[in-house]
Ligand binder design. Structure first.
Ligand SMILES: [Zn+2]
Length: 237
């Protein structure tokens, strides 16, 4: 989202003067940080990069040294290999297991969040006693077609007769719609309006050559069982 806002501001189409940005969850590159700072001279505070997910809204925060510090009194974050065994500090994990200590009602215990982490071996120069790490996983799940970048939120993938609907980019200009249908009697009647609304989003953004096709395959889930509404090309989230 921040990439999209920045591009709009650079192009002179966005008239907002924010003082502060907080980003959470996805990879935030130094390159994007530089672009944001240039595009938004109104920023009075540095961009706060926190690390969060739906299951835990605050797992870690970035300090002035650019490291993420685990909020260890709230969560346990384990960097593990493909067999869920701990990896050493300094090594890149295959995934991470999250245990939320503050949530007694619906506990998350060693929940696989699918992110690749690397814990630092040395204490952080900022002086924080909390362990620090870098995130090397999950790239933002934005859709790219040619020079156009679209947020997954641009698409309306809801239908009363479908439990869930997914848009998968199979090549640069081809997308397929997958769905878990609640009513199997007339699948075309369910797919048709969804495909129509997806095509309209592309058309509104000047992408007239994009093909949207119906797929009979069920929605794709990640290795950790997560469902993403939109799966862009080369997305390993
Ligand atoms: Zn630090």
């Amino acid at each position: 989202m921040l990439e999209i806002l920045t591009r709009e501001k650079e192009a002179g189409r966005l008239e907002i003067e924010p003082k502060f940005f907080k980003v959470a969850g996805e990879t935030f590159t130094a390159e994007l940080r530089n672009r944001v700072e240039k595009a938004f001279p109104s920023l009075e505070f540095r961009i706060l990069d926190t690390y969060a997910c739906t299951e835990c809204l605050f797992m870690a925060f970035e300090c002035d040294c650019g490291r993420q510090h685990v909020l260890e009194d709230w969560v346990i974050l384990e960097a593990v290999d493909e067999n869920n065994q701990p990896v050493r500090d300094g090594e890149l994990s295959t995934t991470a297991l999250l245990t939320v200590l503050s949530n007694h009602v619906q506990p998350f215990i060693r929940y696989n969040i699918g992110d690749r982490l690397r814990f630092y071996r040395d204490p952080c120069p900022c002086g924080s006693p909390f362990r620090s790490f870098q995130i090397e996983g999950r790239q933002a799940t934005v859709v790219r077609v040619g020079n156009v970048t679209l947020s997954p939120l641009a698409f309306d993938l809801e239908h009363d007769s479908a439990q869930r609907v997914q848009l998968v980019q199979t090549s640069e200009c081809v997308f397929e719609v997958r769905a878990d249908l609640l009513d199997h009697e007339n699948p075309d009647q369910i797919f048709e309006p969804i495909m129509q609304s997806v095509s309209e989003v592309f058309a509104k953004n000047g992408l007239v050559d994009v093909k949207v096709e119906k797929s009979n395959a069920p929605p794709h889930l990640t290795a950790s069982g997560k469902f993403h509404e939109v799966i862009p090309l080369k997305c390993d989230a």
